[in-house]
Design a protein around this ligand. Sequence first.
Ligand code: NAD
Ligand code: COI
Length: 332
Amino acid sequence: KKIFAFSIRKDEEPYVKEWAKDHPEVEVEYTDELLTPETAAKAKGADGVVVYQQLDYTPETLQALADEGITKMSLRNVGVDNIDMAKAKELGFEITNVPVYSPNAIAEHAAIQTARILRQTKVLDEKIANGDLRWAPTIGREVRDQTVGVIGTGHIGRVYMQIMEGFGAKVIAYDPFENPELKKQGYYVDSLDDLYAQADVVSLHVPATKENFHMIDKDAIAKMKDNVVIVNCSRGALVDTDAVIEGLDSGKIFGFIMDTYEDEVGIFNEDWRDKEFPDKRLKDLIDRSNVLVTPHTAFYTTHAVRNMVLNAFDNNLKLINGEEADTPVKVG
Ligand code: NAD
Ligand code: COI
């Protein structure tokens, strides 16, 4: 049996080697290159592939893999929004993902950034670096004084709720599929409008679906409280960036936390130090003292990366062996 893995980073290599050592019956090969129509042939002879990329899995890419006789594909991440599912179905692909590699990684990041924005740490850091050690006017807001509105109470949203409660915040939530335990405890409001009306912090923990595209738009922002903090550690497509910029300019939005950006593909996780920065709007956001940009690194912890690699290989081997995978993705 053979598994070929694409776009293996240096930090993933030890975990690939760990899995290979524990599975001597499987031949494991890998490359640091992304899976594209051009690179698919590298997997020649493999029974399955392990992949991760933000680049789209286009019909051409899937076809190129199928041409090599490979239709078992295991993602090392959660999101499946970049797979052409119609083509995958047509070609008979079996796909798995790793939906729960470490909710804490993302929730912790969102919580840290929320606390940072409320205490204006970016403003303070900039002032201190310039020799301005005065307190005023950089006064903080305590987390315990905030009502934190969590949109999406799945794996990540629930951990974020716990952390924010640990800080003493009042937590409310909205999810069309209510968690029975949270419902009993009275966290849910009836609608997004109710959440917007009450929340000082609005944090998104929902997938990017067609229905959720730009759910945070001009209308949604208008319904929020003045001085609201918006947290997006989920997906860029959930937020209409122009509407947020308008809210920042008008002073309606106190702070914006973005670990994801609607135009991030090809920009995040690249080195722009000696090149012209390709996105003026993003540069403008990065330069603002009340915007915290991270390049989709919320997930990026040793705990998460190890689980992503090991779980993806486990899943792929199950597909190859004709067993039921732990976390199959619905194809189609
Ligand atoms: P999950 O599937 O466990 O939970 C998502 C929840 O969102 C579900 O309970 C669902 O009912 C709810 N939901 C869907 N649409 C909604 C809406 N319009 N309003 C309110 N609730 C809605 O997913 P998860 O593991 O908690 O992950 C959440 C998201 O985080 C993922 O979809 C992904 O986009 C993002 N994510 C980001 C990173 C990162 O590094 N920044 C890493 C992993 C995942
Ligand atoms: C996901 O797992 O879907 C993420 O958003 C993290 C990814 C950048 C590896």
